[in-house]
Design a protein around this ligand. Structure first.
Ligand code: CUA
Length: 321
């Protein structure tokens, strides 16, 4: 298989070859038509030049065949480019369901990453080779952009919301990680590396640290902020139960229905009155300023682990267990 092009960064993800192929095709099409047009301009200028001072050109009244050719041929070409680009765009946007999750927070001027196992890194991200990795990205201050040229991925980290992107590394090694959005004085120093490891080496790296899993850290915050006094598992709390909540639809007081994803949980912690669950009062105080972006990600990881106890789902739906 074709493996790279001079001046291009290394190809180290499943997406890299596909992006390069499209890019090179665009370049080739652009070069072909530029040369064609430029040589026709020069060729016609020479061939049809005025040969004597009194020469008068013959009027031309157009050609249907020519019009059709130079309309339909480019139309066909741009359709091919569109479909090709859309196909790559969709595979970049669709995160494989079995992807390993990592949370990333950008701040001036560093990248902070957290693994579900609890491992935390600064300006580094260790991942196993051959495994799809899903990143949930946000920023603590201004817009940054997470950019790994060797993987051909780039995504803005925007304060106040989560963005996701994914990649699957294809060869072990150390690859540049950049911030690709100007974010102040030390923007150019907001760099790091993605370390791609063999799965076994990655497993031993993972077990190296020990501050508890991301969810366990989230549980600590959950308890220290007293969330548990209202969000009780026995449905006797003043707030809705959180067991089995994540990823499921929620009915709101307004009659709308939303899916309890990471963005919804984050918003409900920081702006509790924005989407009140049907049947509850908007009495929850805001936790804006009390939980860091990393803490919010830990809380989300914790809430994701809260499962409905066996049989409870049946009871909630009025069925006999
Ligand atoms: Cu962060 Cu540029």
């Amino acid at each position: 298989m074709w493996s790279g092009f001079p001046l291009f960064p290394e190809q180290a993800s499943t997406m890299a070859g596909r992006v390069d192929a499209l890019y090179l095709a665009l370049l080739a099409i652009g070069a072909f038509f530029s040369l064609l047009i430029a040589s026709l301009v020069v060729g016609f200028a020479v061939r049809f030049r005025r040969r004597s001072p009194d020469e008068i050109g013959t009027p031309i009244h157009g050609s249907m065949a020519l019009e059709l050719v130079w309309t339909l041929v480019p139309l066909g070409i741009v359709f091919v480019i569109f479909l090709w680009g859309a196909e790559i765009f969709f595979s970049m946007a669709r995160v494989p369901p079995q992807a390993m999750e990592v949370y990333v927070v950008g701040k001036r001027w560093m990248w902070k990453t957290q693994h579900l196992s609890g491992q935390r890194e600064i300006n580094e991200l260790h991942v196993p080779v051959g495994v799809p990795v899903k990143l949930t990205l946000t920023s603590e201050d201004v817009i940054h952009s997470f950019y790994v040229p060797a993987f051909r991925i780039k995504k803005d980290a925007v304060p106040g919301r989560y963005a996701t992107l994914w990649f699957q590394a294809t060869r072990p090694g150390k690859y540049h990680l950049f911030c690709a959005e100007y974010c102040g004085t030390k923007h150019s120093g907001m760099i790091g590396s993605v370390v791609v490891m063999e799965p076994a080496a990655f497993q031993s790296w993972l077990t190296g640290g020990g501050s508890g899993s991301l969810a366990a850290q989230g549980q600590k915050i959950f308890q220290s902020l007293g969330c548990v006094t209202c969000h009780r598992a026995d449905s006797a709390g003043r707030g809705p139960r959180l067991e089995g909540l994540f990823g499921r639809p929620v009915n709101l007081a307004t009659g709308e229905e939303v899916v309890a994803d990471a963005d919804y949980v984050r918003e409900s912690i920081l702006t509790p009155a924005a989407k009140v669950v049907s049947g509850y009062q908007p009495i929850m105080p805001t936790y804006l300023g009390l939980v860091s972006e990393e803490g919010l990600m830990q809380l989300i990881a914790y809430i994701q682990t809260l499962e409905e106890p066996a049989g409870a789902a049946d009871r909630a739906q009025g069925r006999k267990p």
